[in-house]
Design a protein around this ligand. Structure first.
Ligand code: ATP
Ligand code: MG
Length: 565
């Protein structure tokens, strides 16, 4: 790796090590909420935390931040673990759950009550937010006029303790009371205006069942969980910057181990939504086939589509970390995928939209096995034999009956090279009753075997082909962007963002013809179909019929712009 300057997070950590804070330790965590599958933004956060722990010889925890029973499930926990392992993240035995800390969190809450730092409040959620007040613009400046104190704010410690214990015991209806931190209702930061720590909610939790009917809020659970685990650097996204004073306040009141919270800008990608809330809608409303649909920005979708963990690593490295919000182009991710697959994918010949070609002067029953290179980028990948015979398929769009000037491929009377085989020349065009071209009759020049003419004559194009009698049939799924706009959430007032869904994001080709060596391809195997792109075997494949996903085309906008210099 190049000697890039250190990013601001690593600079902060370096300083902490130098000053002896945390005894020179580095301990990070990735804290997903198991309420959906991981997306590429989570990959950035997870890799960042994991890499930092490795670089500094520190520790890395996986912690499920599971304090919201309404939306969480074991299915999501399992999916998250599967995706992190696939990314190459190894948390060893350091797998934790915020729900395992419920008792400790409860005890700490009692401690705050006893210190007069928390109280039970009977205001409704609407009243709580109304009393808190809100930011307004005055003389062009954002200001937060002081809020109002809850009428329950000055309950005695004894009364608060009694009520809180009865909240836990299930004596009060859902939503009728909360436990709130007693901080400052005039604080300029709204998060500090007596934030809620517990709400009453009779919802079974996927791990604790019905043991609890009060659940901690994110703000109360998160920092304390970091503390329990001995985390040193709690790296999170920018929206938590305004929560940092609260993060610090709770830990200071408790006088326990106090990690440092560091915020960075989240990853945003063009043509993608990246919030589990939106992704869930796409899944539940049937716009995609599931969380692992190859068009989804989820890791499960990307894996199914044929993206490699290495390409995602490279992408995350290139994007880097910053304090400034920005939007990364989807093309950069695709470029990283292409570069990685170019190095590793075996080349194969596959005709996606077949047109039959009969080579009239080739012997009827003859079959020749021709040598083909597996990967020009990697000589160790070797070669393979591909069969050639009298009837072959070529790509329908490699032929034009009346070609424009700049079309150099097959046309009546025109000669082209068949990759690894011979020159062929088009003699006759056969059409059906509707005038559709259904077959070509060509002649081949036996002297051009291997691809060159001894007399030195040239052809302007080389096309791919597959021997008809040896071909295997497959289904190929071509994917395009899931949205028609770089920012899918950009919709006029009163419109739904899902109107920006691209109706042509999936094209299914059902009669593709592949060279026979692909018969052994296994689910997840990746190939370059020459001239067509990178493809990967989909789990929908059966022993009778392979299904391929197009991972990415051979060239994208990124490559084109760079070629222009
Ligand atoms: P979403 O908004 O997609 O639902 P979230 O933040 O609610 O995401 P969590 O499961 O809480 O999802 O996220 C786990 C970790 O991943 C958090 O530390 C969060 O800050 C980080 N994270 C989430 N989205 C991104 C992103 N787009 N870029 C970088 N980090 C992210
Ligand atoms: Mg979250």
């Amino acid at each position: 790796m190049s000697e890039a300057p250190k990013d601001f997070i690593r600079e902060i950590i370096d300083e902490d090590i130098k000053s002896g804070r945390f005894g020179g330790r580095v301990h990070t965590r990735f804290p997903p909420e198991p309420n959906g599958y991981l997306h590429i933004g989570h990959a950035k956060s997870a890799l960042l935390n994991y890499w930092i722990a490795k670089e500094y010889g520190g520790k890395f925890n996986l912690r499920f931040d599971d304090t919201n029973p309404e939306k969480e499930s074991q299915e999501y926990v399992d999916a998250i673990k599967r995706d992190l392992r696939w990314l190459g993240i190894d948390w060893e035995d350091r797998e934790f759950y915020a729900s395992d800390y419920y008792e400790q969190l409860y005890q700490w809450a009692e401690e705050l009550i006893k210190k007069g730092k928390a109280y039970v409040c009977d205001l409704s959620p609407e009243e709580v937010s109304e009393y808190r007040g809100k930011a307004i613009i005055q003389d062009g400046k954002v200001i937060t006029p002081p809020g109002r104190e809850s009428p329950y704010r000055n309950r005695s410690v004894e009364e608060n303790l009694d009520l809180f214990r009865r909240m836990r015991a299930g004596e009060f209806p859902d939503g009728s009371k909360t436990l709130r931190a007693k901080i400052d209702m005039a604080h300029p930061n709204l998060n500090m205006r007596d934030p809620v720590m517990y709400r009453i909610m009779r919802v079974p939790h996927y791990r604790t069942g019905t043991k609890w009917c009060i659940y901690p809020t994110y703000d109360w659970a998160h920092g304390q969980s970091d503390s329990i685990e001995g985390i040193t650097h709690s790296i999170c996204t920018l929206e938590f910057e305004d929560h940092r004073p609260l993060y610090d306040w709770f830990l200071d009141q408790l006088g326990v181990h106090h990690p440092r919270q560091i915020e960075f800008a989240r990853l945003n990608l063009t043509y993608t939504v990246m919030s589990k809330r939106y992704l869930l809608q796409l899944v539940q409303e049937g716009y995609v086939r599931g969380w692992d649909d190859p068009r989804m920005p989820t890791l499960a979708g990307m894996r199914r589509r044929g993206y490699t963990p290495e390409a995602i690593h490279e992408f995350v490295r290139r994007v880097g970390v910053s304090k400034r919000e920005s939007i990364t182009e989807l093309e950069l991710l695709e470029h990283c995928v292409r570069q990685d697959l170019n190095k590793r994918a075996l080349r194969r010949l596959a005709v996606l939209d077949p047109l039959k070609v009969v080579i009239t002067n080739y012997p009827d029953d003859k079959v020749e096995w021709l040598e083909a290179i597996n990967n020009p980028e990697d000589p160790s990948a070797g070669t393979r034999q591909i069969p050639f015979s009298k009837v072959i398929y070529i790509e329908r769009d490699d032929f034009m009956e009346n070609p424009p000037k700049d079309f150099y491929r097959l046309a009546p009377g025109r000669e082209v090279r068949l990759r690894y085989a011979y020159f062929i020349k088009c003699a006759d065009v056969i059409k059906d009753a509707h005038g559709k071209v259904i077959e070509l009759h060509c002649t081949y020049d036996p002297a051009t075997r291997g691809g060159d003419a001894p007399d030195g004559r040239k052809v302007k194009a080389t096309i791919h082909w597959v021997s008809a009698q040896h071909a295997i049939e497959a289904e190929v799924r071509l994917y395009d962007k899931l949205f028609t706009k770089p920012d899918p959430l950009d919709v006029p007032e009163g419109h739904d963002w899902k109107e920006n869904i691209n109706p042509n994001s999936l094209i299914v080709l059902t009669h593709c013809k592949l060279e026979p060596s692909l018969a052994d391809a296994k689910v997840g195997d990746r190939f370059q179909f020459e001239r067509k792109g990178y493809f990967c075997v989909d789990p929908d494949s059966t022993p009778e019929r392979l299904v391929f996903n197009r991972t990415v085309t051979l060239k994208g906008e990124w490559e084109k712009v760079r070629q222009q210099g």
